[in-house]
Design a protein around this ligand. Structure first.
Ligand code: 13P
Length: 250
């Protein structure tokens, strides 16, 4: 089925400290081998990033990224990590606009655009997340919410920069709830996102991952849709055996 290139991204959220990350890496590496058509991305907590990078050195199919960064290179921003610092520790990607950052920590559409632009300027890949809440979906506002979330990013980027961006569609109602979007729903929103980018002069085909309660039982039916270029996974990525199994299914 999978003759295309897929991204399997693990977002560990606030789980797995440096010691656990090293242990995870050892086990995961022993269970997987590089496959040309598959990239494996990990977003550990910031304090575990260095340990995970060291423990996975030499595996070119792996990319390690930050769950959150600031767009400024340095300064008086207590609690934040800059992109150059993250790169020095081994980061090759960043998440921007994860719904938990948006909902719990006040990350605005504007911040998401700044982080995305800063990542591109510095040469790390931004993985930009969009998605609607249940209320927005029930109110028929999915499309307008996604367009609203995308607009500042579209405005900040040159059309050509989009060939270095990855997007994730993560409906908030599907995150950590065990209720994933159906493959049809996900495919439809991915198309909507692509249409919106096209309308704004983005000619490249931007990879779009789906996230929200992905597990070994539903990943194949989701990835059977050509509109999906991979998955962004929280809970099901936290144990190395389960994650190795999931990324091996395709
Ligand atoms: P779950 O896979 O736990 O639903 O989380 C999805 C997510 O938020 C990944 O970024």
């Amino acid at each position: 089925m999978m003759d295309r290139s897929l991204i399997f991204a693990a977002n560990w959220k606030m789980n797995l400290g440096p010691t656990e990350a090293r242990r995870y890496a050892e086990r995961f590496l022993s269970l997987t081998s590089p496959i040309k058509s598959r990239s494996l991305w990990f977003f550990p907590p910031a304090v575990s990033l260095g340990a995970l990078c060291e423990a996975t050195r030499g595996r070119a199919d792996l990319r390690i990224g930050m769950q959150n960064v600031h767009w400024e290179p340095k300064g008086a921003f207590t609690g934040e990590t800059s992109i150059p610092m993250a790169m020095e520790a081994g980061a090759g990607a960043i998440l921007a606009g994860h719904s938990e950052r948006r909902q719990l920590f006040g990350e605005t559409d504007e911040y998401v655009a700044r982080k995305t632009k800063a990542a591109l300027n510095l040469g790390v890949t931004p993985l930009v997340c969009v998605g609607e809440t249940l209320g927005e979906r029930d109110g028929g506002r999915t499309e307008s919410v996604i367009v609203r979330q995308l607009t500042p990013v579209v405005d900040a980027l040159e059309p050509a920069e989009w060939n270095r961006v990855v997007l994730a569609y993560e409906p908030v109602w599907a995150i950590g709830t065990g209720k994933n979007a159906t493959p049809d729903d996900a495919a439809q929103i991915h198309e909507l996102i692509r249409m919106e980018l096209g309308r704004n002069g983005v000619a490249v085909r931007v990879p779009i991952l789906y996230g929200g309660s992905v597990n070994s039982g539903n990943v194949l039916s989701l990835l059977a849709r050509p509109q999906l270029d991979g998955v962004l996974v929280g809970g099901a990525s936290l144990d190395p055996e389960g994650w190795a199994e999931l990324v091996g299914l395709s």
